[in-house]
Design a protein around this ligand. Structure first.
Ligand code: ZN
Length: 144
């Protein structure tokens, strides 16, 4: 700021009363008036505000969740139908066959029949075709 009397740039000013008017003057001019403050006052520099208003702040909505990978339905595959194990067991019992007898008809091991009925394993296409032929049940279905 500048001295109100001589216009000199000053870092500190003296607040003095000259002819009944309070003035902020430099050290040299302070002698012309009656000093109000006992000590020279340090000029407060205007603090640079770092809080710049974010007028241009635009609320950006969160991106949409990623799309779930869709199952490629065009793939041609045979999948065992749901509850194929129960179905085979039910049909086998209807036919009055034991697991062993069914296994013999299928030319497979009894263990395999048991595992298929418990749905521990899925019958491969060849076995499934045999089951369907012998038992007349649908075990696999064409997924298109
Ligand atoms: Zn001055």
């Amino acid at each position: 700021m500048n001295c109100e009397l001589c216009g000199k740039v000053m870092d500190r000013y003296h607040e003095v009363i000259i002819d009944g008017v309070t003035m902020k003057v430099c050290h040299d001019c302070a002698k012309y008036g009656k000093e109000v403050t006992k000590r020279p006052v340090t000029v407060q520099r205007e603090p640079v505000s770092r809080n710049i208003p974010r007028q241009n702040f635009v609320h950006v909505p969160p991106p949409p969740p990623p799309r779930r990978k869709t199952v490629n339905s065009t793939e041609d595959s045979d999948e065992p139908i749901i509850d194929f194990g129960k179905l085979i067991k039910k049909r086998r019992e209807e036919m009055g066959l034991s697991q062993e007898e069914l296994a013999n008809k299928l030319q497979e091991k009894k263990n395999l029949v048991a595992k298929i009925e418990r749905e521990e394993i899925k019958p491969d296409k060849h076995t499934a075709r045999k089951i369907e032929k012998i038992m007349g049940v649908k075990v696999i279905e064409k997924v298109q």
